[in-house]
Design a binder for this molecule. Sequence first.
Ligand code: GLY
Length: 363
Amino acid sequence: MTIHRVGVALEPAYDIHIGAGALDLVPEMLSERRRVAIVSQSAIADLYLDSIRSGLANSEVFLIGDGEEAKSLSTVEGLCRNFAEFGLLRGDVVVALGGGVVGDTAGFAASVYYRGVDVLQVPTSLLAQVDAAIGGKTAVNIPEGKNLVGAFHQPIAVAVDTDTLASLSPREYRSGLGEIAKYALISDFGISGTGLIELLNNSTDLVLARDPAVLADLVAMCCEIKAQVVAADPYERTGIRATLNLGHTLAHALETRGGYELTHGEAVSIGLIFAVELAEAAGRISAETAKRYCSVASSLGLPLEVPGGSEVKAEDLLAIMRRDKKASGGLTFVLPGKDGLQLVDDPPTDALAYAFRCVGVGG
Ligand code: GLY
């Protein structure tokens, strides 16, 4: 099967290699390296380590724990000590083999070990393949908040093997589809010519059935969008990269409040509906456009409303959103409009109330 190659036009530039069997490219990519430290988790290592390790002369594997708890400074310290014992030097390389937890933690360890060693990102979850592994954001959590300690550390390359998606649980897969729905909206408003909405609309059944060829195209289109956005604003300084947070203001508030048992992508899906309805109520887009976008999320089987939302007070969610670390004061949303996606501060109260009703909050 074809391997798509998407370039990320930074200095230095790097490539994202996407397709079935892309894991087999890893040994060749690292053939010149003296030592390779592979960071992974046990369930992922059981499945994919052999494909990578068989062609590497001097590699060592370091496993970290599962879940957000593993994204900690103590895990980073442990990894750095492992690297030192292994004899990893500045010209050597770290491989992050896994989902977002591995990519963020191993990426951050690579960014600080020896004041920065190279990292190859090898994402195995749909969320990481279309988002976390691309663009160099790395971070761990502290008790005061998620991803509060981190660094921008671009990978030397990203190897995205879409065959790994076959092993995801239905919920993990759906979580990735939430981010893909976000890219569909971004592509329509900011980045032209990817055809993502058309692919999702025309091949919904194949997407849901994880058809290998469709998956490779789908992931490649999302990587193309992310690559363009990252190249335009690598350090999230101009507002362009912040548009990747479309749907995330409400999603983060739902995740912070807790108690919904939503995955990240499910929360993003509800956040997208909220943003689109808010944009419509604020007169930024037509009702027809809003409906078209909502139908992308619904056809992918993503949630459209906050579970048990009638018991939730909009004011509680607004209070959490005001504390959002990306807010520049007051409430900030990424909203579509006639000039594309923009950061919008403090939308009208009645538009907010309408958007909350659309996602079932407040009865
Ligand atoms: N996940 C958002 C970003 O990479 O900027």
